[in-house]
Design a protein around this ligand. Structure first.
Ligand SMILES: C[S@@+](CC[C@H](N)C(=O)[O-])C[C@H]1O[C@@H](n2cnc3c(N)ncnc32)[C@H](O)[C@@H]1O
Length: 322
């Protein structure tokens, strides 16, 4: 394995890690932290599948940034979310390291940081940069809430600038639902509000991996029929099966498009449904979900859509794995 920028910085002596705890903000699962002393590292993450993987790898995890001797920010793609993490890190640690890829905008972040404080060092390698700073006031980079179409969102959550076209197509195709319903990957609650417009819905579980999005949903959906679950859909077990499952499934894992996650959502929907239950989903038209839907459900129909999107209604969930 090639050495990470962090390994290079520490091994070359360009960077000396202070004694004491190290907070690592936002590392995706698998990010190379081998250069850090594991027993001093706390992973700060709001994404449930990453938290589970870091825990399984033996790391301490938390949602809220602890005070630390040093903090490493792993840059997310959203510029505002990246700035917010730097504000968070500098509020909690005297030494802040920032690592990011070129395609995640590390160069422009470095430029904006330099306008406030001179970095202690910069390492460029493998289409990215690591730099570190001590001090500097970044308090105005804290992420503001946004109000879009009557919903609170925050930078970095899915579709932070307003309702997604696919979700809108799904909302337009949904009939009034009833009984126990789940929204898989509920985000900040756009579909949930639509679903709860039907008085015959007795319960709606919003299951979402991103705790920041789910916090927005809690503020957007104050209906007592709603339940909020910070969880990975693919491992979630409801206490009772649902009458209807609704989803606009994610199609990215980190940066990469990955239909595998949508397939796992289809399998999860099948598993969570009562035998009479039905599944409504929307997907980008080019995503190959038909075979998986055909294996999981007895009946699969395309019932609507919008340019680039298909809305699917699937019924008669199969009882067996498949
Ligand atoms: C395409 S978005 C749809 C969001 C929302 N339902 C809407 O219509 O605006 C998919 C959502 O799934 C969430 N997600 C991604 N992976 C997940 C997982 N393994 N378990 C639960 N939610 C996940 C993402 O954070 C994102 O909010």
């Amino acid at each position: 394995m090639t050495a990470s920028r962090l390994t290079l910085a520490l091994d070359s002596g360009a960077l000396t890690l202070p004694e004491g705890p190290v907070a690592v903000l936002g590392p995706p699962a698998g990010f190379d932290l081998s250069a850090l002393p594991r027993d001093r590292v706390t992973i700060v993450s709001h994404f449930a599948p990453d938290v589970a993987r870091w825990k399984a790898a033996g790391f301490e995890t938390t949602r809220d940034t602890p005070d630390a001797a040093a903090a490493l920010v792993v840059l997310p793609r959203s510029k505002d979310a990246a700035r917010a993490l730097i504000a968070e890190a500098t509020a909690h640690a005297p030494l802040v390291l920032v690592d990011g890829q070129k395609h995640d905008g590390v160069d422009s972040v470095l430029k904006a940081v330099k306008a406030r404080v001179a970095p202690g060092g910069v390492i460029s390698k493998a289409h990215g940069k690591l730099f570190w700073v001590s001090g500097g006031d970044f308090s105005d980079w804290v992420a503001p809430d946004r109000m879009v179409a009557g919903f609170v969102t925050r930078p970095g959550v899915f579709s932070a600038d307003g309702p997604d076209k696919g979700s809108q197509a799904l909302a337009a195709a949904l009939p009034p639902l009833k009984g126990r319903v789940a929204d898989l990957g509920a985000g900040w609650g756009f579909l949930a509000r639509e679903i709860l417009a039907s008085e015959a819905v007795t319960r709606l579980d919003l299951i979402e991996a991103d705790a920041v999005a789910l916090d927005c949903a809690r503020r957007n959906i104050t209906d007592p029929r709603a339940g909020f679950h910070w969880a990975d859909v693919t491992g979630f077990r409801p206490d009772q099966p649902y009458d209807t499952v609704v989803s606009n499934p994610p199609f990215h894992v980190g940066r990469a498009g990955d239909p595998g996650l949508g397939l796992a959502f289809i399998a999860a929907a099948r598993r969570m449904l009562a035998p009479h239950g039905s599944f409504w989903m929307v997907a980008n038209r080019h995503l190959p979900y038909e075979d998986a839907l055909g294996r999981a459900f007895g009946t699969v129909e395309e019932v609507g859509g919008a340019p680039g999107f298909k809305v699917i209604h699937a019924t008669r969930p199969h009882r067996l794995r498949g």
